[in-house]
Design a protein around this ligand. Structure first.
Ligand SMILES: Nc1ncnc2c1ncn2[C@@H]1O[C@H](COP(=O)(O)OP(=O)(O)OP(=O)(O)O)[C@@H](O)[C@H]1O
Length: 228
C-alpha cells in the first residue's frame, strides 16, 4: 500500500509544488495521475521513489517510511518500485539484455538467477529476439517496452510511470497500455501520470486529478478533466 499524509514540497527556488496531499492507494490498483502542466504530477511521483524529499508530511510505500529513510537505504526502496520514464532512459552503450540485467546487478541479485529473470521478462514484453540489439536500433515503442521490462524484472509490488506514452504515436501507446494492464492484472500496483485524454477516457481506472499541488478530484472510474 501507498500512503501519503499531509505532504508538502517546496523546491529550493521557493516554488510550492505539492500543497498538502493525503492519499491511500491499495495494492493492485491502477491509478492515473492527471492535471494541467505544472500542477505537480511529476513532483508527486518523484516523492514516491525518493527522487525528491517532502518538505513536510509522511510517505509510506509498502511499509517503508520514506522520511526516515537513510541514503544507504534508498536502494532498498527502489527494489520495491519500478520506474518508467517518458524518454525511456536506457543506457545507450548496453544491449537490451544488458540494460535489463543491469537493474538486477545493481541490487546484488545472485548472478545465477539473472539470465533466467531477464529472458522471462523480455519474453513478456515480446522482445527476446532483440536481446542483442542496442537501444538506438529499436523503435520508440520497443525502447519503452525494454524500459518496462527493466522496471519489472525484480518483480516490484509497484510501478510508477511518468508520461510513458508521451513520446509515442497512438498505436504504439495502446501497445504500451496493454502491457501495463497485463502487469497490473498480475497484481502489481500501477501509477501513471499522463496527459493522454483518450487513454484515460477509454481504459477507465481510478483518476487522481492534481491542480496547483492539491488533489482536486479522486474518482474510482474517473475521466480526464477539461484542460490540456
Ligand atoms: N527541480 C525543480 N526545482 C524547482 N521547481 C521545480 C522543480 N521541478 C518542478 N518545479 C516546479 O514545480 C511545479 C510542479 O512541477 P511538476 O513537474 O511536478 O508538474 P507536472 O504536473 O508534472 O507538469 P507537466 O505536466 O508539465 O510535466 C512547477 O511550477 C515547476 O516549475
Amino acid at each position: 500500500m501507498i500512503e501519503m499524509k499531509d505532504v508538502y514540497k517546496t523546491y529550493s527556488n521557493g516554488v510550492l509544488a505539492i500543497n498538502g496531499i493525503s492519499i491511500k492507494i491499495n495494492q493492485g490498483e491502477f491509478v492515473y495521475i492527471v492535471g494541467p502542466s505544472g500542477a505537480g504530477k511529476s513532483t508527486f511521483i518523484k516523492l514516491m521513489y525518493r527522487e525528491e524529499k517532502p518538505t513536510k508530511g509522511s510517505i509510506v510505500i509498502n511499509g517503508i517510511q520514506l522520511e526516515n529513510l537513510k541514503e544507504k537505504e534508498v536502494p532498498y526502496l527502489r527494489r520495491n518500485i519500478g520506474v518508467v520514464f517518458q524518454d525511456f532512459k536506457l543506457l545507450p552503450k548496453l544491449t537490451v539484455y544488458e540494460n535489463v540485467a543491469f537493474a538486477l546487478e545493481v541490487i546484488g541479485e545472485n548472478p545465477k538467477n539473472i539470465k533466467k529473470k531477464v529472458l522471462n521478462v523480455l519474453d513478456l514484453v515480446q522482445l527476446k529476439h532483440k536481446a542483442r540489439s542496442f537501444p538506438d536500433e529499436l523503435s520508440g515503442g520497443e525502447q519503452q517496452r525494454v524500459s518496462i521490462a527493466r522496471s519489472i524484472v525484480n518483480n516490484p509490488p509497484v510501478i510508477i510511470a511518468d508520461e510513458p506514452t508521451g513520446n509515442l504515436d497512438p498505436e504504439t501507446s495502446w501497445e504500451i497500455m496493454r502491457l501495463l494492464e497485463e502487469i497490473n492484472n498480475r497484481g502489481t500496483t500501477v501509477l501513471m501520470a499522463t496527459h493522454n485524454k483518450v487513454i484515460v477516457n477509454t481504459i477507465r481506472k481510478r483518476v487522481i486529478t492534481i491542480e496547483d499541488g492539491k488533489i482536486v478530484r479522486d474518482e474510482a472510474r474517473g475521466e480526464y478533466g477539461l484542460y490540456e
